[in-house]
Design a protein around this ligand. Structure first.
Ligand code: EAX
Length: 321
């Protein structure tokens, strides 16, 4: 009898989670030293500090837990705690988020950050929350540029026939079809090998990702097209968060904010230093690009979002100062 009582008592303590120490796994697609790695570590450090060590954490970097789509699914079933991810596959789960993936929509970093930190960003985090995923904060990947192994890309005509890996994102695929490339959607962990083996000729990612992934080993040309802003999100599993007290939940919110701030600071640093790194590592960097013809051809992709949701959100985003 005494045994049973003790057993129940122990179970009750574990179930409240209040005292038990819990190790949080933060998954992401890039290296531990990347802008995501820096952000994941800031999440872990902030959470550990605020909780007085009740929560600890570790990174699962470099797609160890799968591609970004797999990791988002992991959040839904509770096999992963926290994920830092681009919005690449997120629209497949929360189609309203496709609004953020539209090409040539955000003018610059200040514009994008103002939108994500304001009312629109908050609304979209809430939409994420309606889909069995918790959106903790908007973080950042950066403005995306095209790299390839074949030729300098200066105009849409130069994209003709290029097999270009895109994220698993209908807006991006439609945009690249419009611009003349042959878009090939693929999860990020498969990309380096696909470039190496010539399965695809090129890809597009921000300077942050090109440097973190050393794409210069398999790509010669980078064109600073800045064709789309790539947000990132700090997401959590509702299965984890539903079990937390309000105080604990507050620590997760603070940790996510610290994560986003650390990642953005790293994006800023790499926007300053990154192009030099590309040049030093032997890439040819094409900067004299007229964006207007790319933008005109990419516009067809807006209908992926607007056919379903109309143009109001696009107008609201454009209107943010
Ligand atoms: O989130 O898939 C991609 O190209 C992403 O930009 C990358 O995984 C970082």
């Amino acid at each position: 009898m005494k045994h049973i009582v003790t057993g129940l008592f122990t179970a009750a303590i574990l179930a409240t989670g209040a005292q038990a120490q819990q190790n949080i796994v933060v998954g992401h697609a890039l290296s531990p030293s990347s802008h995501y790695g820096v952000g994941a570590q800031a999440f872990i450090d902030t959470l550990t500090e605020l909780s007085g060590g009740t929560f600890t954490g570790e990174q699962a970097p470099a797609g160890q837990l799968g591609g970004e789509r797999d990791m988002i699914e992991g959040l839904q079933i509770g096999s992963i705690d926290v994920v830092v991810t681009s919005t690449g596959p997120l629209g497949n789960f929360v189609p309203e988020v496709f609004a953020l993936d539209l090409p040539f929509l955000f003018r610059d970093y200040d514009h994008a950050r103002a939108v994500l930190d304001g009312e629109i960003g908050q609304e979209l985090l809430e939409k994420i929350g309606e889909n069995n995923i918790v959106g903790l904060a908007w973080s950042e990947n950066g403005f995306r540029h095209i790299t390839n192994s074949q030729r300098p890309v200066r105009t849409p005509a130069d994209l003709e026939g290029l097999k270009l890996r895109t994220m698993e994102n209908r807006v991006h695929m439609t945009a690249f079809s419009g611009m003349g490339a042959s878009p090939t959607p693929m999860a990020f962990p498969e990309l380096f090998t696909a470039l190496q083996q010539g399965v695809v000729d090129g890809q597009e990612n921000p300077v942050t990702v090109i440097t973190a992934s050393k794409f210069w080993e398999v790509q010669k040309y980078v064109s600073l097209t800045g064709h789309v802003y790539s947000p990132a999100a700090v997401l959590a599993s509702p299965i984890l968060l539903d079990g937390l007290t309000d105080e604990q939940r507050g620590w997760f919110d603070e940790a996510a904010k610290a994560s986003a701030a650390a990642t953005r600071a790293e994006v800023n640093r790499l926007e300053e230093a990154g192009v030099e790194m590309l040049l030093e590592n032997g890439m040819e960097v094409i900067t004299d690009i007229d964006k207007a013809p790319f933008a005109a051809l990419a516009e067809a992709s807006y209908s992926v979002y607007t056919d379903e949701y109309g143009t109001e959100m696009v107008e609201r985003i454009k209107a943010v100062e």
